[in-house]
Design a protein around this ligand. Sequence first.
Ligand SMILES: [Zn+2]
Length: 236
Amino acid sequence: MLRLSAALAVSSALALVPAGAALAQKGPGPAAAPAPAPTAGDASGKPGVGVTPGASSSTSAGELDAHTVVTAIVQGLQEIHAGQNVPTIIWPTNYGAMSGCGPLPSSAYCPSNHTVYIAQEDAQHSYRFGDAALAYVVAHEYAHAMQTAFGVYNADVRSTELEADCLAGFYLASIPNVTFDDSDIYEIRDMALSIGDYDFMHPNHHGTPDQRVNAVLDGMRNQIGGADWQSCTANY
Ligand SMILES: [Zn+2]
């Protein structure tokens, strides 16, 4: 289960998951990004967060509810990027709701209005695994916003999606205000497995389950190994 915290916990579970490369380094890793946090009253744009009730009322004991997860992860990601390029967050919303890029097929990032949309359906799916699975969804969509803001996306959908997964892993390993335990790593792994696809011929192919798991774990390892967040852009 996730815990709100000022400290970063590095999970030994990373060493247990079957994902190719070994950890470059175990242990506490570098300190969380020292970037100055945006103030609570920062007006640069987080209107969807902090005003609406959570989507999930069926979380198991100790799990953070969906509203807390979305709010905390967004806040932490803003801190990682020192309050730069902050996207608007719309939460909760639903599949089919109109976004700046048309009806939402799922949670998504829309570049034309620099807005991240987090759908209740995805939150509910996440809680089949746990609160960390939702944290991964939020981090993945936020990563798309940063790909656009920093111009690091790829030409094809699959590479861009796997890069966003890698960035999500990097973010979750470095987020300054949320602590992860071993079970959270498995929740993220299981969520990534559940959303991978084998639609190789489909233009919206996001990557196979194994590719998605490996990408998010690569991002975690990159962070623990001391790499910077753009390390994901070199590999995907
Ligand atoms: Zn995506």
